[in-house]
Structure formats: structure tokens, C-alpha cells
Design a protein around this ligand. Sequence first.
Ligand code: UDP
Ligand code: MG
Length: 327
Amino acid sequence: MTTTIGSAPAALWVLVPVYDECEVLPELQRRLADVFARLDCAARILYVDDGSRDGSWAQVCAFSAADARVHGIRLSRNFGKEIALTAGLDALAARADLDACVVIDADLQDPPELIPDLVARWRAGYDMVYATRRRRLGESGAKRLTAALFYRLMDALSATRIPRDTGDFRLLSARMLRALAGLRERQRFMKGLFAWVGYPQTQVLYDRAPRAAGRSKWNYGRLWRFAVEGITSFSTVPLRLATWIGMLTSVLAFGYGAWIVLKVLVWGIRVPGYASLMVAILVLGGLQLLALGIIGEYVGRTYLEAKQRPLYLVQDSTPSRAGRAGA
Ligand code: UDP
Ligand code: MG
């Protein structure tokens, strides 16, 4: 079960998704280089530019020109972090010179200085070492609360165990990475995919720092879509929920119907009933729309999967290799 490194020096790749991060990239590059100097294995960086509109790609090219260990690929537009990560994982899975890969955010919220700890745990025989936040600095109470609620909800709804307070900052062994590259679903909830693959996993605790510079691309709209993504990709409980609600309301409705018939038979027809009629129509109408909406979420996802489009398109890469598509 252990990841064998063999006698050859192990090679580590650091994968960084980048979207409009030109303010933090020089600092990130400097800190990664510092960490690499302390590592006892060969280390390289792959930046995946997710269609940045600022000077991020020019910076990646400059880093790559100055340092042969730096590689970059540029996607044809902004595809979102999960797809950017997938593009990076695909590019790395195709490489022979990879023993492990560390996924890290560009904004320095994940300290690069933790990488030697991750590597040490990997050498102890784990396929995935995830960095779990002990505290979240510089994030609002509301964001912390919604994140906590999300993890609890995922736990309740899904059979795949998703570690709490764990972002994408983690180390993956070569076989873990190749397994991930084999999951080609369009709706990519990476945290869930990582957990789905399995293999021996462990965690390292750290304190999450506030963003070094620039702005978080998160907002509540994104968070909501992310949560719906997570739940629908890993659970069909909402669909069953609709069945349960339907069953419960039918039982109540039959009971109430029987009671009305009995009333008419015993006391004769009495006209008033507007209030109960209205309530019944509105409640049932609301529940039906809710159930339709839930079904719609799943049908929509089936539709997106059915189209079988490539997940992303590569526009450019450095050291230069002309455009390839990731199927
Ligand atoms: N990112 C990306 N594509 C996007 C949005 C973000 O590649 O569409 C990258 C971003 O550059 C950063 C990481 O994903 O390296 C995390 O983004 P961010 O800091 O905005 O998210 P948060 O830390 O607030 O969850
Ligand atoms: Mg961040």
C-alpha cells in the first residue's frame, strides 16, 4: 500500500491554479523557491492560468523563462478553479517525472512552508495528505458559518466522507493523481472527487492565513452553486426527499379528505371552506414546484454530462508546446 519512491530521487510537482493573481504571484514564486531550496527532492511548479485578464500569464512566462523548473499552461478562457485544477492534473498525469503533486492556491492562504510536512507524511506511505485548517483568519463570521453548515450538510447527505475544513491544499501521490485524472465528469466537485478515490489518506493541521493581496473570487452566488454542485454530484438524497414529502402530504391529504366526506355525510354540505381550499392549493402547489426544481437540478446535470464537451481548452503553454485540448 505504500508509495514506493525507489532509489531515484523523488520528483515533486506543485500545481497552482491562477486567476487574476498578478499581485501575489511574485511573492508566491519567491516563497515556493525558498521551500524548494529546503526540500531534498527535485521540485517543479505548474501554473494553470485560468483565463486571467491581468498580467498573470505574462508573469508565469517570465518565471518560466528565468527558471527551468517553472511550467505554465493557459486555458482559453476562465473555466473556474475546479476545471483549472483538472487541466493541471491532466497535464501532470501525462508526465513520467512525477512522484507526487501538491495542489496549492495562488493567494498564499495556503502556506507553501507546509509542503515539507506534506512530503514527510507522503513518504510515510500515504497517497493523499490533506492540509486541514485549524483556524480561518481574515474570513467573516458569515463565511465561516456557511462553510460549517455546508460540511455538516454534506456529511448528512452523502455516503462519501468529505473531510471538514479542508480546501484543495493537499499532496497527491502519482497513483492518486492518475485515478483522479480518470474521473471525467463535467460537474467537478474536487473535494468530493478526492474523497471518492480513497487510498490511504491523512491530514496535517495548519492555520489558514488571510489572503496576501488581491480579492477573493468567492461570493454568495458562487458559494450557493458550489454547494448545490457538491450535493447533487455526491448524493441523490434530495430526490428521495421529494418522495418522502410527497408521501407524507398524500397521507395527510387522504386523512383530511376522508374527514371532509364524513362531515358532508353526517352534517350535510356547508359552503364555507375557502380558507382550507386556499391553504391546500398553495401548500401542494409549493411542494410540487420544489420537487420539480430538485428534479430539474439533476436533469440539467444529466444534460450537461450528455453533451460530452471537452472540459477545457488549452490556449498556450510554457515552455512552449502549441495548443492541445483536454478531452
Ligand atoms: N481560481 C481559479 N479560477 C477561478 C477562481 C479562482 O483558478 O475562476 C484560483 C485562484 O487564483 C486561487 C484559487 O483558485 O489560486 C482560490 O481562489 P480564491 O482565493 O478566490 O478562493 P477562496 O480562497 O476565497 O476560497
Ligand atoms: Mg483564497
